[in-house]
Write a protein that binds this ligand. Sequence first.
Ligand code: GRF
Length: 215
Amino acid sequence: MRRRRIAILISGRGSNSATLMAAARSTEFPGEVVLVMSNRPEAEGLARAREAGIATGVVDHTSYNDRESFDEALHAMLEAHAVDVVCLAGFMRVLTDAFVERWAGRMINIHPSLLPLFRGTKTHQRALDAGVLVHGCTVHFVVPELDAGPIIAQAAIPVVPGDTAEALSARVLAQEHLLYPRALQMVCDGSATLVGERVVFAGSWAPTGSMRSPD
Ligand code: GRF
């Protein structure tokens, strides 16, 4: 099977992007990262990509008058790199419905909560405020509604007494770094596909979540 051409979209630190690049460096991985793109020229993750010898691109949202023209420029850059699969990894722009629909079934996102709980931002503090005993992260296909797409994979961790948003965030991030490459692998090799509004799993992958002890 041809290795899928992957683009990673970031806005900042890029730690998930780094783990995806590392996983896809293996020729056994069913995809290769061909582009790391940011809407912020100063995003730390761009430097990490350059160090890894991966092409980088910037579409600075402040140079565009509206979301439509920003998304057009983004789409053109993805097309220019013949991208098959788009990974949002801390990409802090809301995409237009038209853009999302063009990439339906080919664009995935990682979110730091067990969706459908805690869509949006400040998920770790909101999890603590809600008193949940289990928290985690989710990889899902992107649909027009924010953080609402069909779920590909989740990882769960216990919330422990005395937890802070920072502590939880660090433990969830460690899980994100394990989960995102696995989920991307499933999308690239066709083990997880979007059919209508559901993810259909095939092959040896089972749609399991996982529960891990705190570090
Ligand atoms: C991660 O927590 C991810 O789940 C969320 O944004 C954060 C990005 O972190 N969407 P990084 O840039 O990958 O380090």
